[in-house]
Design a protein around this ligand. Structure first.
Ligand code: NDP
Length: 482
């Protein structure tokens, strides 16, 4: 299998003729090749998107009525559901995620597209009271051409929540998926073309981040950038955007705390806490990777969690176990080195999961690990690991729980487990992050719920109606009619 770029509804060979190998992380075997994009390919994709929009929003995509855009997005959503098994299998083989997770990702994508389809013709401005003789109104217009830099952990879902929202707002898109996980995004662009999206509305350029990705973020034909990935690369993207005053949304991950108080319903909380760190083998920006537990129930919680962790299995995606492999060798070695440092620093392992006997030695498998009594200042409690590693620590009272929870550079999500209603509200207001979940975590995906961070977790919001607004420019029009 050799895949070119997908530009203007067609497969386009890379300008420099080079390709990048695609590796199956479950056994290290080859899945084929994808195009190695360069600035020339990015130029071609941006040009295609610009002509879809037109100079004055008069191109085949730019001129489409909102209701027509909505109908196309509905058709796209239905087509995704029709191709669900194929898309899930592609995603599972490319990223190593279990088929169970990949199927859930496809369901989420169909729902994102459906949600944004319905929103297209509800995106309106206002009339504003002003002086006599004036009529003042606001209109929401698309930015024009938007760039979407998508990481390897949830390509299908992140395509849905960023490209779906941007298309609904009337923009044309140029997408750069991660070099480790481009296959599903290429297939989605192909499906969109087949169901009637005009040429240039959705374009995909594959390749390395420092080549195709950097060329895209620096391109003068891009009017908005949506980036999901690491803090380091996010800073680089933000700087490139700032150099030419291009608006940007950054979603940069976290070190999200799960806070368990002494009155929590542990039967409800513990399975959710386990899932929030092992889902997608811990490679989730909103993973609940820190566990703060009131000292009076700390031992009980750790004992119960240790039992759950020992039962977790990692193995080939097709076996539908708790976890597949990590996405690539780099991520695998990173997690291993973090765990080696934990051991050298004397951090105690409370429990580990197991590898399934069918897990190939050449695959990038990592067992789930529960660490206990992790000091708050240790890098394990401060830095994103992006693997199935949960760092637990006790707290004495509510004030300490808040201080620990807020005490990292990140601020994406927090989970609070308590039956005390007043405490639920106090915590919800005092935690510095973009989303707080009380007696649940993640609200099962919550397509409708705005999502994003504070501090080093980034800025701007994805998901929900808020994301749609972010993909528009508000224009004020004042008419003096006398
Ligand atoms: P990156 O942030 O480097 O990659 C994310 C995306 O950015 C990929 O599509 C990548 O392309 C692209 N990219 C890389 N460099 C540039 C650049 N200079 N300009 C524009 N785009 C670029 O993450 P990594 O894959 O290196 O993962 C490292 C760590 O990042 C993980 O361990 C994890 O902690 C965090 N991460 C967080 C994610 C989140 O959901 N918030 C998602 C993924 C990672 P390519 O992959 O082709 O280089």
């Amino acid at each position: 299998m050799q895949k070119s770029h997908f530009i203007a509804n067609d497969w386009v060979a890379p300008a420099e003729g080079e390709f990048i190998p695609v590796i199956d992380p479950s056994d290290g075997s080859s899945l084929g090749e994808i195009a190695r994009g360069t600035a020339h390919d990015v130029d071609a994709a941006v040009a295609a998107a610009r002509s879809a929009i037109g100079e004055t929003f008069d191109g085949p995509w730019g001129a489409l009525a909102a209701a027509q855009r909505g109908r196309l997005l509905y058709r796209f959503s239905a087509a995704v559901s029709e191709h669900a098994e194929e898309l899930a299998a592609l995603e599972a083989s490319d990223t190593g995620k279990s088929m169970k997770t990949a199927r859930a990702d496809v369901v989420a994508l169909a729902r994102y597209l459906e949600y944004y389809a319905g929103a297209c013709d509800k995106l309106h401005g206002e009339t504003l009271p002003y002086e006599a003789g004036y009529m003042v109104m606001t209109v929401r217009e698309p930015h024009g051409v938007t760039a979407h830099i998508i990481p390897w952990n949830y390509p299908i879902q992140i395509f849905g929540r960023t490209v779906g929202a941007s298309l609904a707002a009337g923009n044309a898109c140029v997408v750069k998926p991660a070099e480790d996980a481009s296959l599903s995004v290429l297939r989605l662009a192909e499906i969109a073309a087949a169901i009637g999206f005009p040429s240039g509305a959705i374009n995909v350029v594959t390749g390395y981040g420092h080549e195709a990705g950097a060329a895209l973020t620096e391109h003068r034909g891009i009017d908005h950038i949506s980036f999901t990935g690491s803090t380091v690369t996010g800073r680089r993207v933000g700087e490139a955007a700032a150099r030419r005053h291009c608006p940007v949304t950054l979603e940069l991950g976290g070190k999200s705390p799960q806070i368990v108080f002494e009155d929590a319903d542990l039967d409800a909380a513990l399975p959710v806490i386990v899932n929030a760190i092992v889902q997608n083998a811990g490679q989730t920006c909103s993973a609940g990777s820190r566990l703060l537990v009131h000292s009076s129930v700390y031992e009980q919680v750790l004992e119960r969690l240790a039992r759950s962790f020992r039962a977790l299995r990692s193995g080939p995606p097709a076996l539908e176990l708790d976890m597949g492999p990590l996405v690539n060798r780099k991520q695998y070695e990173l997690v291993k080195s973090i765990l080696a440092k934990a051991e050298a620093d004397g951090i105690q392992v409370a429990a580990c999961g197991e590898l399934h006997p069918d897990a190939a030695a050449a695959g990038f498998y990592q067992e789930a690990v529960l660490l206990r009594d992790v000091p708050h200042g240790h890098s394990l409690a401060q830095e994103e690991i992006f693997g199935p590693v949960l760092a637990a620590m006790p707290f004495e009272d509510e004030a300490e729980a808040i201080r620990l929870a807020n005490g990292t550079d990140f601020g994406l999500v927090a989970g609070v487990w308590t039956r005390d209603g007043a405490r639920q509200l106090r915590l919800a207001r005092k935690l510095r992050c973009g989303q707080v979940f009380v007696n649940n975590y993640g609200a099962a995906g919550g397509v409708e719920l705005p999502f994003g961070g504070v501090k080093s977790s980034g800025y701007g919001r994805e998901k929900g109606f808020e994301a749609l607004l972010g993909f528009t420019v508000l224009k004020t029009i004042a008419v003096r009619h006398g």
